[in-house]
Design a protein around this ligand. Structure first.
Ligand code: ATP
Ligand code: MG
Length: 597
């Protein structure tokens, strides 16, 4: 900082100016006083000398030039005596005026009027500044002449000049002293002020640790004390505030929902990590579309102070937003938004609706058939025995279809709710595969499809035989449905780190984009299949649930026109990975058995 602008500089400058002004005023006053004093003293001396001389002349002494010269030497001045008419009677050697010379100056006129005259000024006769004194010589109260005394000013003014010089030197010395002392004193005086300034600066930047060392109980000491008290109080308050803020931040950041706060202009003030994650933000800046949405809501909130419920849709999420105003003295000054990921809820809702629609659809078709044929029979349209037989067969088919649908749905619901009991036991997967192949053989013959089983016996798994039977039946049934006459289906069971069942066909195949969806309930790749060939779309959903229930994996690979291969992987019984589940026994003769007749 500029020295003169600092407090030390200002105080130092003030001291120096004070000293200089004091000396100028005091010096001027003193020299003037001295000058007056010396001149007055000299002039009084001259008047007295003049009076004594005038008195002796009025008493008849007649001073000749020589006498005046002696007198001049004694008093150190020039002396001249003039008569009543202003004519020089006698004059000392210093002036060298001839007797009879007429003097006509103002001083002479005034003195001859009886006045004692003292003047100072330049005298042309002496060609220098002189003190002039003129004393009238009176005889019986009449002016009979005058004594004129002239003394040069120079010795007096020399003395005064010497004095002035002394005063100047003294002043300069004092100034030097004042400069040095003033600097150190102001420095010392301003040091605590500067310390206070530093402490105040630190306080402004949030550091309240600074304290003033108190060295006295003067005003600066008191100020320091007050500053220390202020710093202490502020420290306590900010500490409490930051604790509160931390608590709040902890609460907000540990919330599972996203939180964003906005100021009155709609700028974000705070976003917790969850909000950033939900909105896919890397920093505190909202995306273009999001800003537009939030700004619309903010405008409504600022207008009427109401809370708002809305929804934001990002690339892969649906976010429910609840936004409420932040109040300050009944005036909305911002808003807080709570963000919740409702993607799963919405998806579940969608699936539930779809499921209901699919179930209704699947139920409606057989019911329509049943109703139609029943009405036809009632109307006597099946009079011939073979017609009746055909109608009854349709009734039976549709009833079976309905029953299978209801059974599959019940199974699925139970499995998905985790309520499906599994009758776990050690079983030979190879033997099971052969058994199912045998059972399915007649249907392959019916379709003229070759059904091959290359399952080796002795591959032991820990599982529910009925359920795994159901898995194989469903997969072989699918393969049979989508394989044309003359083609082939291979069932293999192998053992590696786990048991692996593969059902491979050379059928129509499944388009790649559909592969992920075949496990969903009611999902059918070819929606336009004939009613006879078509299933309900629940088979693979059941397969997946059963394999999941065995801690296994199931996946599919397929190529359109080439064929499809389903693979189920199950942990081996001796692998140590199987945990025995306590399950009640299920009647193996229940409806879950394959029945398509
Ligand atoms: P359900 O099995 O309930 O009687 P579904 O066979 O139609 O009916 P899923 O077994 O779940 O239902 O099969 C779903 C869909 O996957 C089928 O509709 C079919 O389009 C396709 N799919 C399944 N297996 C094969 C396969 N081996 N070859 C070609 N497409 C298949
Ligand atoms: Mg099926």
């Amino acid at each position: 900082m500029n020295f003169i602008r600092s407090i030390v500089g200002k105080m130092w400058l003030a001291t120096v100016i004070l000293v200089v002004v004091t000396f100028i005023v005091l010096g001027g006053f003193l020299t003037q006083l001295m000058e007056n004093f010396y001149y007055n003293l000299k002039q009084q001396e001259m008047v007295q000398d003049g009076r004594r001389l005038a008195q002796s002349i009025s008493q008849g002494d007649n001073y000749a030039v020589d006498q005046l010269k002696i007198l001049e030497d004694i008093i150190g001045s020039s002396v001249m005596v003039v008569n009543r008419d202003g004519l020089v009677k006698s004059c000392g050697g210093m002036m060298g005026m001839q007797p009879g010379t007429k003097l006509n100056t103002d001083d002479v006129k005034r003195v001859l009027d009886g006045e004692t005259v003292t003047t100072r000024g330049f005298n042309a006769q002496f060609d220098m500044a002189m003190l002039n004194t003129a004393v009238p010589i009176k005889h019986q109260d009449k002016v009979i002449g005058a004594v004129l005394i002239y003394t040069p000013v120079q010795p007096i003014s020399q003395t005064i000049a010497d004095m002035r010089r002394i005063i100047l030197f003294a002043g300069f010395g004092a100034l030097m002293l004042a400069t040095v002392l003033g600097f150190f004193m102001t420095k010392r005086l301003s040091l605590p002020l500067l310390q206070m300034k530093d402490i105040a600066h630190r306080m402004a930047s949030g550091d309240f640790k600074g304290r003033m060392p108190i060295k006295g109980d003067d005003e600066i000491g008191l100020l320091g004390n007050s500053l220390n008290f202020l710093a202490g109080e502020l420290e306590n308050h900010t500490e409490a505030l930051s604790q509160e803020k931390e608590k709040f931040a902890n609460i907000v950041s540990s919330m599972s929902d996203g939180v964003i706060t906005f100021d009155s202009s709609g700028n974000t003030i705070f976003l917790n990590d969850q909000a950033k994650e939900l909105l896919h933000l890397s920093d505190e800046k909202l995306g273009q579309e999001q800003s537009v949405k939030f700004n619309q809501w903010m405008t409504r909130i600022m207008d009427d102070g109401s809370s708002i419920k809305g929804e934001l849709i990002t690339s892969n999420k649906i976010i429910a937003v609840r936004m409420a105003p932040l109040w300050d003295k009944e005036q909305p000054v911002g808003a807080v938004a709570l963000l919740q990921d409702v993607t799963k809820e919405r998806e579940l809702e969608r699936l539930r609706k779809e499921f209901l629609a699919s179930v209704s659809h699947e139920l409606r078709t057989p019911l329509t058939y049943l109703q139609g044929y029943a009405e036809a029979m009632q109307d006597g349209m099946a009079e011939r025995p073979e017609d009746r037989e055909q109608y009854i067969k349709i009734f039976l088919d549709e009833t079976l279809r309905l029953r299978r649908l209801v059974n599959d749905l019940m199974d699925l619901t139970q499995m998905e709710n985790g309520k499906m009991a599994m009758n776990m036991d050690m079983l030979d997967l190879g033997a099971l595969a052969q058994q199912v192949t045998e059972k399915m053989f007649p249907f392959s013959v019916e379709k003229n499809v070759r059904l091959l089983c290359t399952a080796a016996e002795g591959i032991l798994v820990y599982g529910d035989a009925d359920r795994l039977h159901q898995v194989l039946v469903n997969l072989i049934d699918n393969a049979l449905r989508h394989t044309k006459a003359g083609e082939k289906i291979t069932i293999s069971v192998t053992k590696n780190e786990a048991a692996e069942i593969k059902i491979k066909d050379t059928g129509s195949g499944i388009p790649e984009k559909e592969l992920d969806y075949v496990w969903e309930r009611f999902y059918k790749v070819d929606k336009a299949r004939t009613r006879k060939d078509s299933g309900t779309g629940l088979g693979l959903a059941i397969v997946k649930n059963i394999i999941d229930g065995h801690d296994g994996k199931v996946f599919v690979t397929s190529e359109v026109g080439i064929g499809t291969e389903f693979t189920c992987i199950l942990p081996l019984a001796d692998s140590g990975k199987i945990q025995k589940k306590a399950v009640p026994h299920i009647d193996s003769e229940n409806e879950r058995k394959y029945n398509r007749s």
